[in-house]
Design a protein around this ligand. Structure first.
Ligand code: S3P
Length: 172
């Protein structure tokens, strides 16, 4: 069994929500990489993108992932784009059981449509098209690194997802 659990998947795939629920059933700590970045920079993610640019964000993201993934007993909620940098994948793989949360795009749309904290989705006219585009670009990367892939539909119950993750992790 690996030391940590890392949750990967597109924006709105439920990484933070599921990570927090996992805390209730596993004796582990929780870290949200985006939150660590915000605390460190004293800016929100949209502010970082707007004032310092995506490239800057990706550098900090890689640094924070390197640090957090080296710790122990953690459930790590990552940002959806972390898989774009192979260094992040290598760092996560070292000590984490990696779970790809994979809801269908309709579910993702429901989760992201009212949010304002995702710069890559702001001012996008056709959100579903954008989600499908990101999915196409990133799916292979998520799949290549995942120890477990969880497909979800609107009807999926969070309690079943948590149960599946707990069992798979403990038996890994
Ligand atoms: C991003 C996802 C976001 C955040 C940033 C970029 C991406 O995290 O890291 O806005 O490139 O997919 P969530 O997946 O937690 O929304």
């Amino acid at each position: 069994m690996k030391e940590n659990i890392a949750l990967i998947g597109l924006m709105g795939s439920g990484k933070t929500t599921i990570g927090r629920h996992l805390l209730e059933v596993l004796d582990m700590n929780f870290v949200d990489i985006d939150k660590v970045i915000e605390e460190r920079e004293l800016k929100t993610i949209p502010q970082i993108f707007e004032e310092l640019g995506e490239e800057y964000f990706r550098k900090i993201e890689a640094k924070v992932i390197a640090e957090e993934s080296a710790k122990n007993n953690l459930i790590i909620s990552t940002g959806g784009g972390c898989v774009l940098n192979p260094v992040n994948l290598e760092n996560l793989k070292k000590k984490s059981y990696i779970i790809f949360l994979d809801p269908d795009s309709e579910c993702i749309l429901e989760r992201v449509k009212f949010g304002k904290n995702r710069p890559l989705l702001n001012n996008i006219e056709n959100l579903l098209e954008k989600i499908n585009e990101l999915d196409k670009e990133r799916r292979k990367l998520y799949e290549s690194v995942a120890d477990l892939q969880i497909k979800m539909k609107k009807e999926s119950q969070i309690i079943d997802v948590i149960d599946l993750i707990k069992k798979s992790y403990i038996n890994s």
